[in-house]
Design a protein around this ligand. Structure first.
Ligand code: GDP
Length: 280
């Protein structure tokens, strides 16, 4: 379990603030399945007056119609947002083009003042497991290297040249997720942003089942051959029976199977944070 001490928070904040001074634009990485839960409110304070590009990572796993709604909501806030699939169909040029577009006013101002154009600089910020290293590696066109999931600068920072005009800091800013309501915690645990030892798998499974019944009942019907109107107990029993779980802990095992199916993306593209006109 992630231990979140106020000291960590302060340290992460200080370090990100220091590095922010070095860059012109920030890539705010959010998980497209949980655009609200994966957003650390701390960043909002840190990023005042800093141009940002919201990258909805793992968009290949999220519900496309929800991603559209979220994108529009970010745009209303004044932040350009892009869906990103860094695992498969990565659109590198789109990110570069959007970055330059965001920085256009800054470039023009510099030009008016007769300043010589220097390379523009960007950095990546996001919660653990959101895809920071994957994105950096893909933008840098290099093979995967792990970047530690902890606040703090572990080695000398380097600038990676991404295009003629753009450089990227090779060390991302890591922010832990912050949550005080149960649903946010559930969404973070379901998507692997926090480990699920924090929550009993049965509670998490029950939550997921209720969620799926409400938002994606047809996926349940398709995968498990259950009726659209079935109750949790019936569904769980069917899953357990089909898999040959007859022991006393069959409910727990069935919920585990459901969680595994969700995490292995066997239930289709799902967005947990529903956009409903407000943030969450
Ligand atoms: P970090 O902790 O933020 O640096 O996250 P990583 O870059 O290590 O990514 C965490 C996991 O998410 C890895 O297994 C990646 O392969 C996976 N991942 C990253 N981006 C994407 C994406 O856009 N789509 C999918 N499906 N998986 C991704």
């Amino acid at each position: 379990m992630i231990q979140w001490f106020p000291g960590h928070m302060a340290k992460a904040k200080r370090e990100i603030r220091e590095r922010l001074r070095l860059v012109d634009v920030v890539y705010e990485l959010l998980d497209a399945r949980i655009p609200a839960a994966s957003r650390n409110p701390l960043l909002g304070d840190l990023l005042k007056n800093k141009p940002r590009l919201v990258l909805l990572m793992k968009a290949d796993l999220a519900d496309p119609s929800q991603s559209q709604l979220w994108k529009r909501a970010f745009e209303k806030e004044g932040a350009m947002a892009l869906e990103v699939d860094a695992a498969g169909g990565f659109r590198r040029e789109e990110i570069i083009r959007s970055t330059l577009e965001i920085l256009k006013p800054k470039l023009e101002k510099a030009r008016e003042r007769g300043l010589r154009a220097r390379a523009l600089r960007a950095m990546v910020v996001g919660i653990p497991n959101v895809g920071k290293s994957t994105l950096i590696n893909r933008l840098a066109r290099r093979k995967a290297t792990r970047v530690a999931d902890r606040p703090g600068v572990t080695r000398a920072q380097q600038w990676i040249r991404i295009s003629g005009e753009l450089e990227l800091l090779d060390t991302p800013g890591v922010l832990w997720p912050k949550f005080d309501d149960e649903a946010t915690g559930m969404h973070l645990a379901l998507t692997g942003a926090i480990r699920d030892e924090i929550l009993e798998s049965e509670r998490l499974g029950e939550y997921l089942l209720d969620f799926l019944k409400k938002h994606y009942p047809e996926r349940l019907a398709e995968r498990y051959g259950v009726g659209l109107e079935w109750g949790n107990a019936e569904i769980v029993e069917k899953i357990a029976r089909d898999r040959g779980f007859f022991q006393s802990d069959q409910a727990e095992k069935a919920y585990d199977a459901l969680l595994t199916d969700f995490r292995k993306n066997r239930l289709g593209r799902i967005t947990l944070d529903r956009f409903n006109g407000e943030e969450k």
